[in-house]
Design a protein around this ligand. Sequence first.
Ligand SMILES: *Cc1c(COP(=O)(O)O)cnc(C)c1O
Length: 465
Amino acid sequence: MTSPLYRRLPAMHQLLEAPWLREAAARHGRRATTAACQEALTALRARIASGELRSASEVDAACAELPRAIAAELDAPHRHPYTGVLNATGVLLHTNLGRAPLPWPPPGELEGYLALEYELVEGHRGQRLDPIRRRLAEAFGAEAGVMVNNNASAVLLLLAAHAAGREVIVSRGQLIEIGGSFRLPDVMAASGARMVEVGCTNRTHLRDYEAALGEGTAAILVAHRSNFRIEGFTTEPSLEELAALAHAHDLPLFMDQGSGAIHDLGRWGLPHEPTVQEILAAGADVVCFSGDKLLGGPQAGILVGARRWVEPLARHPMFRALRPDKTALVWMERVLADHWEGRLDEVPLYRMLSLSVDELRRRARRLVRRLRAAGLDARAEATTAALGGGTTPGAGIPSFGVVLPGGERLAAALRAVRPPVVARVEERGVVLDLRTVPPGSDRTLETAVLAAQGSMNQDQSQDGA
Ligand SMILES: *Cc1c(COP(=O)(O)O)cnc(C)c1O
């Protein structure tokens, strides 16, 4: 016999009328919302069947809670992997938030089919990399360029193509680890090249490189200390000296520049980082770097330099495994054009970098006024942003933000709202740095902060009950 308790459950159409679920349907669509309602109703029936809910009042209480619980489940982060967030950390190239934010909207070419490997004039098969390779060579004033999936691929391919089974000389001061999984010695080993370490952590001399040269040497590799600094009693030969040494032995000088600096960072008040162009001018034969760091583009690895060393890369069997996908190619082409045709404002990274502190202060004050009007104890204060992403270690960027009283609990509540807000917890409170929040998103940030605060108050009153 079926229990009369089942009859107390709401019908689907009634459930969907609840304000919580009407809002949820607007965010997540009617289909997902209906599915979540079905799931929740099934679970409730199971609780009745198992005897967990025995009285009419117990079932009614569970039904009353249903719309809010379903909406919360629909909003739960585990249902939305790769969700867009508001980055209020002030770290512009945030490794965990996708490094460089991409120009938006995406290039229109990405909609539908595109002439990716197709020669439109002749109507036959073309080479997908040709246009970007021409663009790279032109942009960097290099003989040749090529693009792969990321910079780790670039280093791997470079070493596999030119040094497999032979030796590559590297200074002990440059055995870098980036982002936890790129470790130069490991990439070197995977490429089949043998690493010959020279010098010491703080000091490596030209004569150390010279002494290591031998029959089996394939190249000299210089790696940029992207994410750390060595200070004090230090020395290293210049790139010019290393290039002269390598060339005297008919060997190439490779540089893993990493960050992809192409403009003088001094323009934005940051310490100068040698640019790719300067490194090429100093005599490096191939320079490689990431596309999603200072270039502000999609994930990619770019190699530019001498034809003799770059051309063979695109013919190497490994290239097919490491080549970029069409989205990265189209986006990269657009970002490179923006850089070299003087439209830096179109590249989100540089738009954020160029915001004046005055402008950020104005936005912070406006936001604080509104939050205070809603009863929050917010303050507008000076903050320090950073480039991040393994670039310019230790260099701060003057910025402005909103400080909220609270700690990890508030930060967690901010991450739980939609869109999630990722903030910084400091001694003085939870800091929302506005440099990394797109100017058009201040209202969204305000709503998110109020929602987070609201959910905290609700939890508190429940704890107290
Ligand atoms: C960032 C970086 C890498 C790794 O680049 P990915 O694009 O993340 O693969 C390698 N070397 C240096 C010097 C870097 O700065």
